[in-house]
Design a protein. Structure first.
Length: 204
C-alpha cells in the first residue's frame, strides 16, 4: 500500500484515486482531456497532464485508452457527438444558430477543441474538414433559393459557417454575455452576408 501511494504522489495526484464505475471513470477522463487538449493542443499535452487533471495515475488512464492518439480521437468524437445531439437532423434553418450557441455554452472546451485546436493538428485536420464541408453543404442548400447565382451562393455558404464559428468563439471569450441575444446577433451578421451575395448577383 505504501508503494502504491508513493507512485500516486509521484504522478502529482497526491492520493489514490477513489474507485468509480468504469463508464463513469471514462467520462471523467474524457472531460479532463477535453479541457487539457482545448487549452494546449495535442502536441503540447502529455498523458501525465491529462492524468493529473483527472486526479488519477497514468496507469489507470492506460486501462481506458491505448495511447494519446486514441484518447484524442475519442475526445473529438465525444465533442462532435455533443454537437450533433444539439443540432439534430432537422433541415437547415436559422434555428441551427440557437442550437450551436447552446452546444458551445454547454461544452465550451469541446467546441474550441473541435473547431480550433483540431484544425491545427495535421493528423486530425481531415475530421474537422469533413465536418466543415457538411456545414457548407447545408448552408448552400439553404441559400441557393435566395441567391440565384451559384458562385455567389457558394461564397456565402462558405462564409456562413466560418463567421458562425468565429462569432460563437468570440462570444465564449467575452464571457458568454446575454445568452438569449447571442444567436440573434449572429443571425444579424449572417443576413448581411446573404444580402451582400444577393447584391453581387444583381450586379452580374
Amino acid at each position: 500500500m505504501y508503494v502504491y501511494t508513493q507512485c500516486v504522489v509521484q504522478q502529482g495526484v497526491g492520493e489514490p484515486a477513489s474507485r468509480l464505475p468504469r463508464a463513469e471513470r471514462r467520462q471523467q477522463i474524457l472531460a479532463a482531456a477535453t479541457d487539457a487538449f482545448a487549452r494546449s493542443g495535442f502536441a503540447a499535452t502529455g498523458l501525465d497532464d491529462v492524468a493529473k487533471a483527472a486526479g488519477i495515475t497514468r496507469a489507470i488512464l492506460y486501462r481506458h485508452f491505448e495511447s494519446k492518439t486514441d484518447l484524442y480521437r475519442t475526445v473529438l468524437n465525444r465533442a462532435r457527438q455533443h454537437l450533433n445531439d444539439a443540432v439534430g437532423k432537422a433541415p437547415y434553418s436559422e434555428r441551427i444558430i440557437d442550437d450551436l450557441v447552446a452546444a458551445a455554452a454547454q461544452d465550451p472546451a469541446g467546441f474550441r477543441l473541435l473547431f480550433h485546436q483540431a484544425a491545427r493538428e495535421p493528423q486530425f485536420r481531415s475530421d474537422t474538414d469533413h465536418f466543415n464541408s457538411l456545414m457548407v453543404a447545408m448552408a448552400y442548400q439553404h441559400l441557393a433559393a435566395s441567391v440565384p447565382d451559384p458562385p455567389w451562393a457558394q461564397w456565402a455558404a462558405h462564409m456562413a459557417p466560418s463567421i458562425t464559428i468565429t462569432a460563437i468563439t468570440s462570444w465564449l471569450d467575452a464571457g458568454q454575455p446575454d445568452p438569449g441575444l447571442a444567436a440573434a446577433a449572429i443571425r444579424h451578421v449572417l443576413r448581411s452576408v446573404t444580402e451582400a451575395a444577393r447584391h453581387a448577383t444583381n450586379q452580374v
